[in-house]
Design a protein around this ligand. Structure first.
Ligand SMILES: [Zn+2]
Length: 365
């Protein structure tokens, strides 16, 4: 009777705390990639009308439901993501509380927060800021020192060393994958049979890009802010400017020719004769390396290996599914960070069971 009461009481507290932290994560997800301080302005504001949100319209979960996902001031839609992140955080906090001893659960609350903020920033912006990845790795090492159970260690120093080594393993192993990937299919160089005419025509926020017979959508070439497309031209014309024997270096929003730079939203036409097209693409962003280091610092070396393995499997499944549905563009643009986060979550809750099952499979008694 009494056990049941405390069971539900602490469950409810974990849920409420998770929802409140989720509300704070939403602030970070919006502000971190935009370089807006977490502390200033103190109050949340509507992304549309910038009006401050009074506390009674800022109650986790409830406000979004009561206001039916709209700003009370201007009526603009507030994305479902705000509600979703709060609910997800609350549920994961309760799950961690139920699964683990309380010290471990509190450390995992911190880790869950890091996973969620990284996932949603990466989905939207294709980056994971250093505050989350490097900050997360440091938090993981500190947490392992305070709660040695995280590393299955019986002394704090041993836990600290294991955590640091696992973080390093995460970084290095993904670095190797990244470099290998670059050799395998990173640098895509298309030599054209003969010098071919190309044409770039702006269509609203996007553009048509035609090289020879190939027609494509401009945004298909750019998955990340750092992606580039190099066009080696015999001649080129950007609106009314002419260039001879030029290298056009495109980013998703601008093009550079020698010392000149043009913002693409002010350019209407680019055309010319191209010899070669080059896409020096990185299979993953550098942020993923540091993110996996943070995962290692919290979960240890087995968690690192599992997260890469599971993340790749999840990524392939989604990639194949979208290929079948015929939405290839979307799958090409999905970042790797959220898959790593999902792998880390699965390991956190089911890792021990998985190892047990696997050992029985390879070595039946
Ligand atoms: Zn508003």
């Amino acid at each position: 009777m009494e056990v049941s009461f405390y069971y539900w009481l602490f469950g409810a507290i974990a849920f409420a705390l998770g929802a409140a932290i989720g509300s704070f994560l939403n602030v970070g997800i919006y502000r971190l990639p935009r370089d807006i301080s977490i502390k200033q302005p103190r109050r949340s504001f509507c992304p549309n009308c910038k009006a401050q949100i009074p506390w009674r319209q800022n109650i986790p979960l409830l406000s979004w439901l009561l206001l039916r996902g709209r700003c009370a001031n201007c009526g603009a839609r507030i994305a479902f993501r705000y509600f979703g992140v709060e609910l997800l955080t609350a549920l994961l906090f309760v799950a961690a509380w139920r699964f683990f001893p309380w010290q471990v659960a509190i450390a995992y609350w911190v880790f869950i927060s890091i996973l969620l903020i990284a996932t949603f920033v990466d989905l939207e912006h294709f980056i994971i800021p250093d505050e989350i990845t490097i900050g997360g790795a440091i938090a993981g090492v500190v947490a392992s020192f305070l709660v040695p159970e995280l590393m299955n260690a019986d002394s704090r120093v041993a836990a600290l060393i294991r955590s640091v080594l696992a973080a390093a393993l995460g970084y290095v192993i993904l670095w190797i994958v990244l470099e290998a990937g670059k050799i395998a299919f990173g640098k895509k160089r298309v030599k054209l049979d003969a010098p071919s005419p190309f044409k770039w025509t702006r269509q609203g926020d996007d553009a048509d890009f035609v090289v020879g017979e190939e027609r494509s959508l401009w945004s298909d070439y750019f998955a990340r802010e750092t992606d580039r497309l190099l066009l080696h031209c015999d001649e080129a014309k950007i609106d009314n400017r002419d260039f001879a024997a030029a290298l056009l270096e495109f980013h998703y929003n601008r093009v550079r020719v020698g010392a000149d730079e043009f913002m693409l939203d002010t350019v209407d036409h680019i055309s010319g004769i191209a010899r070669e097209l080059e896409i020096p693409r990185e299979a993953m962003g550098r942020g993923d390396l540091k993110f996996l280091a943070a995962i290692g610092a919290f979960l240890g070396w087995r968690g690192v290996l599992f997260s890469i393995f599971a993340g790749s499997v999840f990524g392939s499944i989604v990639g194949l599914a979208t290929l079948v549905i015929g939405k290839r563009v979307w799958s090409a643009k999905l970042p790797f960070g959220p898959y790593l986060a999902l792998g880390a979550l699965v390991w956190m809750f089911f890792g021990e069971k998985f190892v047990h099952w696997y050992l029985q499979l390879v070595n039946p008694v």
